[in-house]
Ligand binder design. Structure first.
Ligand SMILES: *[C@@H]1O[C@H](CO)[C@@H](O)[C@H](O)[C@H]1NC(C)=O
Ligand SMILES: *[C@@H]1O[C@H](CO)[C@@H](O)[C@H](O)[C@H]1NC(C)=O
Ligand SMILES: *[C@@H]1O[C@H](CO)[C@@H](O)[C@H](O)[C@H]1NC(C)=O
Length: 491
């Protein structure tokens, strides 16, 4: 639309008037239809790339943990109005939420840039009040939530047999898709997550959001304790998965654990990962973390055992800051350039693998702590998907996987398996630089070959543009659907 108007302004010179612009729009000015053609071509090329390969195995076996919850999705601004929370003048970061003022400040902090965030609410009265308000809010939606169940759902839909580690209530376990077996105890009252969604341009007082996203609050009882771990461990032995996926550990973030409780839980999970067969790929899905103690434990006990990592544009600089030993980043540019993200990915890949080499060099470390090298790194952003895969590693079909991840982003956010180009927009530039270093190569975005792949060092990099959905149905769960869709073609 913007480009169309600019073109008609040029065409009709100074005589332009509102009616001319409207007329030009009516007749669809050439620039706009060119743009449509470009979108159509990118879409059909991505679809072709996605369907180039099928799933390799008959039915790949994927084990996914841990945790799960009931998501209540509401319009964030409507919810805050309903509980009478006045827009704050002070957007502020809080590690966790103790009262309504902090909720207002924390929401405003992430709402304006449109950055995804997730926070623990330590005040039970406040959380109950929010749940009640959500129940009463017209247009609310309920679904099974949590990283593990969402990834499990996507994997099952794509043709995998799934073992899901999580605690569910009986009625929710019943509505899980076919081909998912649950490992975990039944609970009477499942954990509830409130998903405060907002579209791009949403207004809260004098705050306006710059992109569509969501702010999540929870007050979990089961998930922080990895309640399903024991059963998952047990069933995993017979299941023998091709791929083991771990996510949902952000539910431990800023949670009031007893001394050493968290470390004991994560050590146990770390042992589970390190004892998995070398033939089983291990993927760790990052999330929104602020608790440096927890992040330190993850870095020490969990990540060394993963050969694949998935994350978004916020989580990448967050993890990188931890690896660099600097203060943890809580908010980053929600629309980063390709060059910036690729540089961060290269650094993360290098730092993680350097830690792996160092751990292996230490002769007195036992096999459990040695872990695996990182051979796959997938970063999903609003505008594009990027992946680093080590050459000669077990991960296949990187190009098709990145195309599938990109298409899944649109399918999920628009809430439809069929992509409608009139509800999509390309926001990636017409060419991108592969690094911020001066003199770096630029790669044009070719409509007929939208996924660009090239070799560097000992790895391949692939980048694909996302057809950004303009009529948002849901952002929550997007990262999980996207990550799972990418993995499914690579097993
Ligand atoms: C918890 O939230 C309730 C409801 O907003 C509030 O009245 C109370 O003061 C809060 N408690 C603390 C310790 O902040
Ligand atoms: C890092 O955090 C500490 C403690 O919060 C603070 O004193 C210091 O100024 C921070 N450093 C930077 C570079 O932000
Ligand atoms: C994302 O995953 C959830 C849970 O499996 C599912 O309900 C939803 O339809 C998925 N989105 C897409 C686009 O498949």
């Amino acid at each position: 639309m913007e480009q169309g108007n600019r073109f008609s302004l040029m065409k009709y010179g100074t005589a332009v008037s509102l009616s001319v612009v409207l007329l030009a729009y009516w007749f669809r000015p050439p620039a706009e239809s060119m743009l449509d053609d470009r979108l159509d071509t990118v879409l059909s090329s991505l679809l072709r790339a996605e369907s180039k390969v099928g799933i390799n195995n008959a039915r790949p076996r994927v084990a996914i943990g841990l945790g799960g919850c009931v998501d209540i999705l509401v319009d964030g601004v409507s919810l805050l109005s309903k509980i009478g929370l006045v827009p704050t003048d002070q957007p502020l970061h809080h590690d966790y939420i103790e009262n309504a003022d902090q909720l207002a400040q924390s929401f405003a902090y992430f709402f304006v840039p449109g950055a995804a965030a997730e926070r623990f609410v330590s005040n039970d009265t406040l959380f109950s009040l929010l749940v009640e308000a959500c129940r009463e809010l017209p247009g609310n939606r309920w679904s099974i939530g949590g990283n593990a169940p969402v990834m499990a759902g996507r994997m099952a839909t794509e043709g995998c047999d799934v073992l899901l580690g999580g605690s569910f209530s009986a009625d929710f376990a019943d509505v899980l898709p076919q081909h998912i077996t649950v490992a975990g105890n039944m609970v009477d009252e499942p954990d509830i997550h409130l998903i405060l969604e907002y579209p791009s341009g949403a207004v809260w007082g004098h705050h306006t959001s710059h992109r569509a996203n969501r702010y999540i609050v929870h007050s979990d009882d089961h998930n922080p304790y990895l309640a399903s771990l024991q059963d998952f461990e047990l069933k995993l032995q017979d299941f023998q998965p091709d791929l083991l996926v771990i996510g949902g550990l952000q539910m431990m973030d800023s949670f009031p654990f007893q001394l050493d409780e968290r470390e004991a839980l994560l050590s146990r999970l770390g042992r589970l990962l390190s004892s998995s067969s070398p033939r089983t790929g291990v993927h760790f899905e990052m999330a929104s973390f602020v608790d440096e103690g927890l992040m330190g434990d993850l870095l020490r006990l969990i990540m060394p055992h993963a050969d694949s990592l998935g994350m978004n544009e916020q989580e990448l600089p967050n993890l990188l800051s931890l690896l660099r030993g600097t203060n943890v980043t809580v908010l980053s540019d929600p629309n980063p350039r390709v060059a910036t993200v690729l540089d961060q990915m290269r650094e993360l890949y290098r730092l993680v693998n350097r830690r792996h080499v160092q751990a292996n060099r230490d002769s007195d470390t036992n096999a459990h702590t040695k872990g695996r090298p990182l051979t796959r790194l997938h970063v999903h952003t609003l505008a594009f998907q990027a992946m680093i895969v080590t050459r000669g590693s077990q991960w296949k079909n990187t190009m098709s996987a990145v195309a599938k991840a990109s298409l899944t982003a649109n399918r999920h956010v628009c809430g439809s398996p069929d992509i409608d180009p009139s509800k999509a927009r390309l926001i990636m530039d017409e060419s991108f630089s592969i690094s911020r270093q001066e003199g770096s190569q630029r790669i044009p975005l070719e409509e007929t070959r939208p996924v660009s792949c090239w070799d560097e060092d000992n790895y391949e990099i692939c980048v694909a543009p996302v057809l950004v959905c303009t009529e948002v149905y849901q952002t929550a769960g997007g990262g999980d659907n996207i990550s799972a869709a990418g993995l499914v073609l690579q097993i």
